[in-house]
Design a protein around this ligand. Structure first.
Ligand code: GDP
Ligand code: IMO
Ligand code: MG
Length: 428
């Protein structure tokens, strides 16, 4: 029996979807612990590309139990759409998808607040996905959220929704000059999806504890990445949940003493979507080349991702913060065409060189990355599945990264599909 957490080590989109799908082969349960449909996890299944937003990336393995934890915020329409898409692909998950009865629901006023705040010009723009994620987590913390279990009792649901709706209506009207859909429409929409959702709702903490007790392997799947973590990321340019490994404890109800391993997924370079500091960002042709070669466009919003070199300061920070004992390096093939590859080992700000990520976004914004250089390999690595077959310089790059970070690689990914992977160790 083992419980492992898989977390992103950068600003999201590290390739977690592909890696969780692969690691799920030997797991019994895959459980998503935070985030919402702001996430976009790309997986190739039977030659077709799927982008999952809420459903755990283990769903393509027919016998795996998939759990959406209490830490996730759920947009009912988004979830139902995703379920329909999977059904159309011939996937059967009716008896193996369980949604936590404690998970909070994203409501139309959350999206209105999110979008209005971002477009209003009055507030700090974060570059959110506009999916209502921040406002719904804010309501959860303010104890005015609506949870999955609330759907069970119509009278109670109407009562609590009414109180919150009336408050939001006034706030949204006076702050952003926007109207909400009428209360009856919001309530009726919830009632319409109620039965579809309730079929899948259960006490996922109890379920996971039973699975752990009976010796099963549990894979906890994080969305986003460490640098987008609300506590430890580049605040305020973060998402509104704990994307780092600690989020698995609160977001699934698995105590820290039951977590055995933490795997970090990291790209061979760096990307971020939205606003906020990004020390190794490349605003030149190299950045363009990374975007082009890596197809770096958001899986959820289609926005072009900002691209830059590998940042070992971020990687070390993520390793410490998450307790990462094995890493997966993805998208090494994207570097195939570069003459020189750079890795940032520190941030220079005047006379000072930071070895750690400073909390102050102004420092992060103005600091200059200190780089070491690697010779490129200028050969095709797409689809290589054995470390011996890699060009010598690619092997050196991987070895140096592991030495620099003092953590071994479990896998190296050389393409988006399952078999395009070099396996160096096993998790369970
Ligand atoms: P996630 O949010 O961490 O699951 O990552 P995304 O799915 O948003 O973005 C990763 C993108 O890179 C997707 O389009 C994947 O299909 C693709 N991908 C994953 N691993 C590799 C790889 O090793 N090489 C290449 N070229 N693409 C990859
Ligand atoms: P996956 O799981 C990359 C970013 C948004 C924005 C910030 C806040 O696919 O790695 P939000 O809508 O969450 O309030 O936006 O976080 N963001 C992501 N960036 N990958 C993601 O998820 C992201 N989810 C949110 O672009 O900068
Ligand atoms: Mg993504």
């Amino acid at each position: 029996m083992s419980v492992a957490v898989v977390a992103g080590m950068q600003w999201g989109d590290e390739g977690k979807g592909k890696i969780v799908d692969l690691l799920a082969e030997k797991a019994d349960v895959v459980a998503r612990y935070q985030g919402g449909h702001n996430a976009g996890h790309t997986i190739f299944y039977r030659g077709k590309q799927f982008v999952l937003h809420l459903i755990p990336s283990g769903i393509f393995h027919e016998n795996k139990l998939c759990v959406i934890g209490n830490g996730v915020v759920i947009d009912p329409q988004a979830l139902i759409q995703e379920m329909d898409l999977l059904r159309e692909a011939g996937l059967d998950f009716e008896d193996r998808l369980v949604i936590s009865d404690r998970a909070n629901i994203i409501l139309p006023y959350h999206c209105t607040s999110d979008k209005s705040r971002e477009s209003g010009g009055k507030f700090q723009k974060i570059g959110t996905t506009g999916r209502g994620i921040g406002p719904s987590y804010a309501d959860k913390i303010a104890r005015v959220g609506i949870r999955m279990c609330d759907l069970k009792n119509e009278t109670w649901l109407k009562e609590i929704l009414r109180a919150t709706y009336d408050e939001k209506k006034v706030i949204i009207r006076s702050l952003y000059n926007h109207d909400l859909p009428p209360f009856d429409a919001v309530f009726t929409e919830l009632m319409e999806v109620r039965d579809t959702l309730l079929r899948f709702v259960g006490d996922t903490h109890v379920l996971l504890q039973e699975q752990i007790r009976s010796g099963k392997n549990i894979l906890c799947e994080g969305a986003q990445g460490t640098m987008l973590d609300v506590d430890h990321g580049t605040y305020p340019f973060v998402t509104s949940s704990n994307a780092s490994a600690g989020g698995a404890c609160t977001g699934l109800g698995i105590p820290p003493t039951q977590i055995d391993r933490v795997v970090g997924v990291i790209k061979a370079y760096t990307t971020r979507v939205g606003e906020g500091p990004f020390p190794t960002e490349l605003k030149d042709g190299c950045g363009e080349m990374l975007r082009e070669q890596g197809h770096e466009f958001g899986a959820t919003t289609g926005r072009p991702r900002r691209c830059g070199w590998f940042d070992a300061v971020v990687a070390r920070y993520a390793i410490r913060l998450n307790g990462i004992d094995a890493m997966v390096l993805t998208k090494i093939d994207v570097l195939d065409k570069f003459d020189t590859i750079r890795v940032c080992t520190g941030y220079r700000d005047g006379d000072r060189v930071y070895q750690d990520v400073p909390a102050d976004p102004h420092i992060l914004e103005r600091c200059q990355p200190v780089y070491i250089e690697f010779k490129g390999w200028k050969e095709n690595t797409i689809g290589i599945d054995s470390i011996d077959k890699l060009p010598a310089n690619a092997g050196k790059y991987i070895e140096e990264l592991s030495r620099l970070l003092e953590v071994p690689f479990l896998m190296v990914s050389t393409g988006p599909e399952r078999e395009q992977t070099i396996r160096l160790g096993s998790l369970f």
